[in-house]
Ligand binder design. Structure first.
Ligand SMILES: [Zn+2]
Length: 395
């Protein structure tokens, strides 16, 4: 029922188009998976965004775990019934959020670190809210402070109850400020956790992706790609926080892909976790990434930022408030076809929920359409040209 096939490869780069077949539908790759963190797209409906070309949505296991809401979902026999949708879904393992709470958030780490930050550490990690053992992770619930434990077995069990079509193995997401020694120790543990995730996986109408870690260290990334790549996963996720310790954080993402992708099986899909800025997407597709998930389109919308072919635009600025044009003249989403930037700017300034809803819709349409343009360019052997001309105008 699950199958991945490459349908075309770019001649000069590793960019490729393909299809992931799932029992609930086909996913055209390279694709963007909109993130419905707690089961909603923050102001847009699944139907509408599916109509814009989203073949699959991501839901985060972490929140359904912390508040035990997965028990309620389980009574519905899974997220598809609970959310009343029929499209493919993917859940992450919860690992990234668990570690963000303890390590990353303390140090200001996101998926791409920009803030100058501090201390490296080694040995068994015990930072504020998070304690890591061989068995798993003990942390404090951000909801009510309760002590919670997440292990590979628990993560897989909950992801099975949530019932997404594709799930992820449980891993430790390290901080870019962790030492080499710590990364080494953590990676070996993540590899043991990957095996344990597979051991308990019932494979009942679901498939699993393994996750490659190793931070900014070439030998560890290669080791991880070889090891995780040799396990019987359906596909692979490339994880980690990419920090300034790389020098340029964006270049750090590409660097990791250059190290890892050549070592992964060519006939399995590859997902880049949590990265979704248009320029990063182009660099990653060029290196052979097939899918992305990221909160950027919806988060930016809540902050009044629009995605456009010329770069990000702050809709709260006077320029847009005075503009009778759509947000992006080259966008044909229902928002750009029907409303002026001025109207949306006004709604955002007045904190009207509808303003965020409209901008969320535009941003999701924009990025899904961007992915479609990427797929078409690979099919037409013009990906390099598309990338070059896009980056020329994207500021
Ligand atoms: Zn638009």
């Amino acid at each position: 029922m699950f199958h991945f096939k490459k349908t075309k490869k770019s001649k000069k780069t590793n960019a490729r188009v393909g299809i992931i077949e799932t029992p609930r539908g086909r996913i055209k790759t390279p694709c963007f998976m909109p993130v419905a963190t707690k089961g909603a797209l923050k102001g847009a409906s699944f139907e509408e965004i599916n109509g814009f070309g989203a073949d699959i949505f991501m839901v985060n296991t972490f929140h359904f775990f912390c508040n035990e809401r997965y028990r309620d979902v389980s009574r519905f026999k899974g997220l598809h019934n609970f959310l009343n949708i029929k499209y493919p879904l993917i859940t992450d393992s919860g690992g990234f959020q668990v570690f963000s709470l303890g390590s990353g958030w303390d140090q200001g780490t996101g998926k791409i670190m920009t803030a100058k930050s501090n201390n490296s550490h080694s040995g068994l990690k015990k930072i504020n809210n998070v304690k890591i053992t061989e068995k798993g992770v003990i942390f404090k619930s951000p909801y009510n402070g309760d002590k919670l434990e997440m292990t590979p077995e628990i993560s897989i069990k909950i992801q099975e109850k949530l019932g997404a079509d594709i799930i992820f193995a449980f891993d430790e997401c390290t901080s870019p400020f962790d030492s080499y020694e710590y990364h080494q120790e953590s990676l070996d543990r993540t590899h043991r956790w990957a095996k344990r995730s597979l051991d308990v996986f019932k494979k009942n109408n679901q498939e699993m992706f393994g996750i490659i870690q190793g931070g900014k260290f070439k030998d560890l990334r290669e080791k991880s790609a070889k090891f995780i790549g040799s396990l019987p996963f359906f596909g692979f996720g490339i994880g980690g926080s990419f920090g300034e310790s790389f020098g340029d954080s964006k270049a750090g993402v590409s660097q990791v892909l250059d190290w890892t992708i050549p070592l992964l099986p060519d006939l399995k899909p590859r997902h880049l976790l949590g990265i979704g800025e248009p320029d990063d997407i182009l660099e990653s597709v060029e290196r052979g990434i097939d899918s992305f998930d990221c909160v950027i389109p919806t988060r930016w919308a809540r902050h009044g930022t629009a995605m456009t072919w010329k770069g990000r635009a702050n809709l709260k600025s006077l320029k847009f408030l005075k503009s009778k044009n759509p947000i992006d003249k080259n966008c044909f989403c229902p928002v750009c076809l029907n409303y002026s930037a001025s109207y949306i700017s006004h709604l955002l300034k007045e904190k009207e929920i509808y303003g965020i809803m409209l901008l969320t819709k535009h941003n999701l349409y924009w990025i899904l359409n961007f992915m479609k343009a990427i797929r078409n360019s690979i099919k037409n052997d013009s990906f390099e040209l598309f990338k070059k001309s896009f980056l020329k105008q994207y500021k």
